[in-house]
Ligand binder design. Structure first.
Ligand code: PGA
Ligand code: ZN
Length: 412
């Protein structure tokens, strides 16, 4: 049993160059847990607020003023630490202290506890004795809120090495497709600058369908068959296109508009044509019935909620009741504290909702989410393919492959 002996914070920057908070939790004066909070660009309406009034400095001040409340708690007592945070902020969205603070304090405490127990974080987070690797799912081509004008309206085209038997092969295959896609893009457009979006996916001036075609071509050039060795996924992030006034999805860059029915057909055609394994937020974040239509139509692919479910257990229960998805993104900072996120994961696992633990577009170089993905029995880990802050999560999986508690790949 180790008790928290100090807790401190500081202001740092995320991968987008925006200010964020990092928290150090130390137990027994020597076991350091250190976590820097990420943040999103395509943020769900109902997710936790990152910082009070948008100011990381306010979260830091609140931590400094209340640090004594954490001292002496067991660093492994996630519920106790969560309860202190809730005593400081009774709102449902962490708007008083900031979800980023709840994220950093809870994960740093558990990291400190796992160092004291001399075991990896994933083991501290789960009572199981046998674990599997989630399949890495990474952005190879991006647009929407993650890249500039001229890029696709669709936010992310993703690769997943669904045929891989080992984590090493799965990572290497994703990297090969990302590299080959650059060759395809250079052949398509001699002016392609090799520009990349916030998550490391290429950001070419291409409309949606063409972007999907070149992504499929990169896989085929390497001798892969879509749906076998590799599969594509799409994060439509359709709330970005949804126009409440017009009640339509407005594709500014491609120059068309979809009614609700047309949007469902648009997504269904892409799912079928490119044999997707994964389709995220194909309709907007409050369209539970439209998502249910897609879920019924495609029982064998991961019809996934992100902005729809926002790692919020009450919203997940609503999605389960209305059969709106068969999979959900888990982003700890959407929930706020790790305790909230693990409660969400339990409900998902008990109801056969497949989990995909995910990074944010504004990331730190930390790698605790790789452990969280393993501990929550996630089927996939959505952490990008390249970029220092993305590779950090993948490299952690490779380190963990030396661990004999983790055997083989998850069953999707
Ligand atoms: P965000 O995007 O981190 O910018 O919110 C990621 C996503 O929508 O999955
Ligand atoms: Zn998303």
């Amino acid at each position: 049993m180790t008790k928290i002996s100090s807790i401190e914070g500081r202001i740092l920057y995320n991968s987008r160059g925006s200010k964020t908070i990092e928290v150090d939790v130390e137990s027994e004066g020597k076991f350091l847990g250190r976590v820097c909070a990420p943040s999103g660009a395509s943020v769900g309406k109902y997710e936790a607020v990152s910082f009070p009034n948008g100011k990381p400095e306010e979260s830091l001040r609140i931590l400094q003023e209340n640090s004594q409340k954490f001292i002496g708690l067991e660093s492994s007592d996630l519920k106790g630490i969560h309860d202190v945070l809730k005593s400081l902020d009774s709102s449902t969205d962490y708007s008083r202290i900031g979800g980023a603070l709840a994220f950093a304090v809870t994960i740093a405490s558990m990291e400190s506890a796992s160092k004291a127990a001399e075991q990896p974080l994933f083991k501290t987070l789960s009572p199981e004795f046998s674990f599997k690797f989630p399949f890495p799912l990474g952005n190879i081509l991006g647009g929407g809120a993650h890249a500039g004008p001229g890029t696709p309206d669709i936010q992310e085209i993703l690769i997943c090495a669904t045929g891989s038997k080992t984590i090493e092969d799965a990572i290497e295959t994703n990297l090969a497709v990302h590299k080959e896609l650059r060759n395809v893009l250079e052949n398509e457009d001699s002016d392609f600058t090799n520009g990349r979006g916030d998550e490391g996916g290429w950001a070419p001036k291409l409309e949606n369908q063409k972007a999907l075609e070149v992504s499929a071509k990169a896989c085929e050039n390497l001798g892969f068959t879509l749906g076998k060795e590799v599969s594509l996924g799409v994060d439509f992030a359709a709330s970005t296109q949804w126009n409440e006034e017009k009640q339509k999805y407005v594709y500014d860059r491609a120059g068309f508009e979809n009614s609700t029915g047309e949007q469902i057909d648009f997504a269904a055609n892409i799912i079928e044509k490119y044999k997707l394994i994964f389709a995220e937020d194909a309709v907007h974040e409050e369209a539970f019935e439209d998502m249910a239509e897609l879920t019924a139509k495609f029982p064998n692919i991961l019809v996934t909620g992100d902005d729809l479910t926002v790692t919020n257990k009450d919203i997940l229960i609503k999605a389960i009741d209305s059969k709106s998805c068969n999979a959900s993104i888990l982003k700890v900072n959407q929930a706020g504290s790790l305790y909230d996120a693990l409660e969400f994961a339990n409900i998902a696992n008990q109801n056969n909702i497949k989990l995909i633990t995910s990074h944010r577009s504004g990331e730190s170089t930390d790698s605790q989410i790789s452990h969280i993905g393993i501990a929550t029995k996630s089927k996939m880990l959505k952490v990008g393919v390249v970029g220092g802050e993305r590779i950090a999560k993948l490299n952690e999986l490779l380190r963990l492959s030396e661990h004999d508690l983790i055997r083989g790949m998850a069953e999707i």
